[in-house]
Design a protein around this ligand. Structure first.
Ligand code: GLC
Length: 468
């Protein structure tokens, strides 16, 4: 979904209204009558092409809008989002919205990719704190919803999306979009950490996909010593948000947690968490199935060697599937399986809940238009488009069951229970401070090996943050 292209493709095009109007003049064919455009637009609406035939439709939709928009004054709104892309860019999806109607025109402002979580967060906070209504609509990582709601930057949406409508979405995501009883975000997509493995290599060993960490370590060691894999297990330990995502799944796979459901009881120095972080350390230093390089790797650097055929296992998000099956970018096409992450003996697998959700700026001067736009962005048709074109897992149950997803992203349906059972990171308006403590103390634990002491420090610092 969001991460390959940032390394391999030019930045997506962003249109401003000005450019739009300018290119209208340049591109309208002298032979084209406005009626032609109207007919084409009606045809698209009737056939559903605007949503379904994405590749074909998006190339001619802009000209359709131009015909319709002539002489009208659409309401202008702005939309900020972290950069995600696969076969399409967000800019192209926004173009399609602009072309699908003539009442609202959205200008897309691109933020850095989601792996630069801290930068995206800072960018948004700076914009929202001005309370000047710009951007009208934004997307937010699931971990910022409480903060943005508590600061009253996000408009409560309950009166526009009632409980009946919200039943169409997975309950866990609706819960994550709700702060103190108010719906302050509208679901976009869910993400979840999962284990990618080399089917061919495990077949050679006569092994099945591992269910426990012990099984993963054994098979990885065998594959490395037989010279079949350069790396055993790749994951992400860079001092960044993704380290906390990995932490959640390691700790959860031993029945532990970071912060209790009351948002006040800090459990990161409990035995279950200490054992889990010790395992993270040992994978690198003792078992040596994870290279030291992961200490500076986030999602993409860890994905590269796996799709390059050098690693037996990879923990990553759903975006990796499409890349792994793409001959142009992968040497492991048809050799990859995806399963839930392993767990400690007699414990359960745990996946970290990720994903971005829509927010409407409480200071927006065009709230109605903003709400219309998020309604379209979160609609079944657009969610299907995001799933098949950008690899973003739908938050609507019915969309996830769509046969087109079985075709394009088969693991999404296979791992439905993983997606909907994923564990959240701590829910607190102070999350930005909590995550920085976790990132630095867990990094310290991994490099120093002094796990217990680092986690005790993390606990003390987090306790001081959440008690206020
Ligand atoms: C993914 C997840 C997001 C997480 C980020 C960390 O984009 O969807 O929730 O914070 O990765 O890198």
């Amino acid at each position: 979904m969001h991460k390959t292209a940032q390394y391999s493709k030019a930045a997506p095009r962003q249109r401003t209204l000005d450019q739009d109007l300018r290119s209208d003049k340049e591109e309208i064919s002298p032979n084209q009558k406005p009626e032609d455009s109207i007919h084409r637009r009606d045809f698209i609406k009737r056939t559903g092409l605007a949503f379904a035939g994405v590749a074909a439709a998006s190339t001619f939709l802009p000209s359709v809008r131009r015909g319709m928009a002539a002489g009208t004054n659409p309401t202008e709104i702005t939309f900020s989002s972290a950069k995600f892309f696969g076969k399409e860019t967000i800019a192209e999806v926004v173009d399609a919205y602009n072309s699908s109607q003539n009442k609202i025109h959205v200008t897309y402002k691109e933020l850095p990719p989601p792996s630069s979580s801290t930068e995206v967060h800072q960018g948004l906070v700076q914009q929202l704190a001005r309370r000047n209504g710009d951007p009208d609509v934004f997307t937010q990582d699931i971990i910022w919803i409480a903060e943005f709601a508590a600061a009253k930057w996000a408009l409560p949406l309950d009166e526009h999306f009632n409980a009946e409508v919200m039943k169409e979405y997975f309950p866990g995501v609706v819960q994550a979009c709700t702060w103190q009883g108010k719906l302050t975000a509208l679901p976009w997509f869910i993400d979840s950490g999962m284990l990618y493995y080399r089917k061919d290599l495990l077949d050679e060993l006569g092994a099945k996909a591992p269910e426990t960490w012990g099984e993963l370590i054994d098979s990885a060691k065998k594959l490395i010593s037989a010279g079949k894999a350069k790396f055993g297990f790749l994951w992400q330990a860079k001092q960044a948000e993704v380290l906390v995502c990995d932490l959640v799944s390691f700790v959860g796979s031993n029945g532990g947690s970071i912060l209790g459901p009351d948002g006040k009881t800090v459990s990161i120095a409990d035995d279950a968490a200490v054992e889990a972080v010790q395992l993270m350390h040992d994978l690198i230093k003792k078992d040596q199935i994870t290279p030291e390089d992961v200490l500076s790797w986030d999602e993409e650097p860890s994905r590269g060697p796996f799709t390059g055929g050098e690693a037996a296992y990879l923990r990553n998000w759903s975006y990796v599937w499409k890349i792994s099956q793409d001959k142009a970018n992968s040497s492991v096409v048809d050799k990859v399986g995806v399963v839930p992450l392993p767990h400690f003996p007699n414990k359960k697998s745990a996946a970290c809940l990720g994903g971005y959700q829509y927010g409407v700026n409480a200071s927006s001067k065009n709230k109605e238009a903003a709400i219309e736009f998020v309604r379209w962005m979160s609609s079944p048709e657009t969610q299907l488009r995001f799933a098949t074109q950008i690899g973003l897992c739908p938050t609507r149950s019915a969309v996830l069951d769509d046969p087109k997803i079985a075709q394009e992203q088969p693991f999404m349906q296979q791992l439905k229970p993983v997606f909907i059972g994923a564990i959240g990171r701590p829910v607190t308006p102070k999350y930005p401070q909590v995550t920085l403590v976790l990132q630095s103390e867990v990094s310290r634990a991994l490099t120093s090996g002094n796990v217990k002491a680092a986690l005790q420090t993390a606990k003390d610092k987090i306790q001081a943050i959440v008690k206020t």
